[in-house]
Ligand binder design. Structure first.
Ligand SMILES: *[C@@H]1O[C@H](CO)[C@@H](O)[C@H](O)[C@H]1NC(C)=O
Length: 305
C-alpha cells in the first residue's frame, strides 16, 4: 500500500497548482473556454463531479452566450465583466457554482441573478462593489457560500441578505464597513462561518451577532477594535472559534467571553494586551488553543499547569 501511496501523493502535489484530474466534457464549448468534468466539493465538503466551463483570464467583457445547458460550475474569474443579466445565466438550470471574482462590478444592481435556484456558491470577491441594497441576492434560495471580500463595500442595507436562509459561509472581510448591523444576520439563521475582519469597525455593539445561533467561526481580525462590550457575543451559542487577531485590545474581553462557553479556539495575537488577570478565561471549559505567540503559550501554561 505504501508503495502505491507515495507516487500518488507526489502526483497530487505536482498537480495541485496546475490541473486537477479532469476529463473532457464533450459539448459545444464557448471559444477559448475549457469544458470539462472536474472534481468539486460542496460547501459542506461532499465530493461531486461537476460539469465545468472554465473561462478564467480571458479579458471577457460579458458572459459568453450559448453556454452548455448542463453547466454546473461556471468560472469567469479575472475578466472585465461589469454586468450580468438574468437572461445570460437563467437558462443554466443546474448551475451550482458561479465565480465572478476579479471582475469590474461596481454596482450590485448590475448582478441580476433573480432566479438561480440551484446555486450553492457565488464568488464576487475582488470587484469594486460599494453598496448592497435590500434583497440583493433574492432568487438564490439555495446559496450556501457567498464571497464579497476585497470589495469597497461601505454600506449594506439591513435586508441585503434576505432570502439567503441556507447560507453557511459569508465572507465580508477587507471592505470599508464602519459598523456591523445585526439586522443583516436576521436573514441568515443558518450561518456557520462569518469572516468580517479587515474593515474599519472600531466597536462591536451589544447583541451585534445575536441572530447567529448556529455560528461556529467568527473572524474579527484587523479591525481596530479597542474594546469588546460585555454582551457583544451574546447569542453565539454554537461558537467554537473566534479571532481577534491584530486589533487594539488592551485587556482580555473577559465578560464578553463568558457568553461563549463552548469556545475551543481563541486568537488574541497582535493585540497590546497589558495584563492577563486570573479568571480572564474562567468558565471556558472547552478552550484548547489560544494562539501561537509567547504570551499565548504563557497563558496556556498558566491555564493548564
Ligand atoms: C439537471 O440535472 C438533472 C438532475 O441531475 C438532470 O436530469 C437534467 O438533465 C439536468 N439538466 C440539464 C439541462 O442538463
Amino acid at each position: 500500500m505504501r508503495l502505491l501511496v507515495a507516487p500518488l501523493l507526489l502526483a497530487w502535489v505536482a498537480g495541485a497548482t496546475a490541473a486537477v484530474p479532469v476529463v473532457p466534457w464533450r459539448v459545444p464549448c464557448p471559444p477559448q473556454c475549457a469544458c470539462q468534468i472536474r472534481p468539486w466539493y460542496t460547501p459542506r465538503s461532499s465530493y461531486r463531479e461537476a460539469t465545468t466551463v472554465d473561462c478564467n483570464d480571458l479579458f471577457l467583457t460579458a458572459v459568453p452566450p450559448a453556454l452548455p445547458a448542463g453547466t454546473q460550475t461556471l468560472l469567469l474569474q479575472s475578466n472585465s465583466i461589469v454586468r450580468v443579466d438574468q437572461s445570460e445565466l437563467g437558462y443554466l438550470a443546474n448551475l451550482t457554482e458561479l465565480d465572478l471574482s476579479q471582475n469590474s462590478f461596481s454596482d450590485a444592481r448590475d448582478c441580476d441573478f433573480h432566479a438561480l435556484p440551484q446555486l450553492l456558491s457565488l464568488h464576487l470577491e475582488e470587484n469594486q462593489l460599494t453598496r448592497l441594497e435590500d434583497h440583493s441576492f433574492a432568487g438564490l434560495a439555495s446559496l450556501q457560500e457567498l464571497y464579497l471580500n476585497h470589495n469597497q463595500l461601505y454600506r449594506i442595507a439591513p435586508r441585503a441578505f434576505s432570502g439567503l436562509s441556507n447560507l453557511l459561509r459569508l465572507h465580508l472581510n477587507s471592505n470599508l464597513l464602519r459598523a456591523i448591523d445585526s439586522r443583516w444576520f436576521e436573514m441568515l439563521p443558518n450561518l456557520e462561518i462569518l469572516m468580517i475582519g479587515g474593515n474599519k469597525v472600531d466597536a462591536i455593539l451589544d447583541m451585534n451577532f445575536r441572530p447567529l445561533a448556529n455560528l461556529r467561526s467568527l473572524v474579527l481580525a484587523g479591525m481596530n477594535l479597542r474594546e469588546i462590550s460585555d454582551y457583544a457575543l451574546e447569542g453565539l451559542q454554537s461558537l467554537e472559534s473566534l479571532s481577534f487577531y491584530d486589533n487594539q485590545l488592551a485587556r482580555v474581553p473577559r465578560r464578553a467571553l463568558e457568553q461563549v462557553p463552548g469556545l475551543k479556539f481563541l486568537d488574541l495575537n497582535k493585540n497590546p494586551l497589558q495584563r492577563v488577570g486570573p479568571g480572564d478565561f474562567a468558565n471556558m471549559l472547552h478552550l484548547k488553543e489560544l494562539g501561537q505567540d509567547p504570551l499565548s503559550v504563557h497563558l496556556l501554561t498558566w491555564l493548564c499547569p
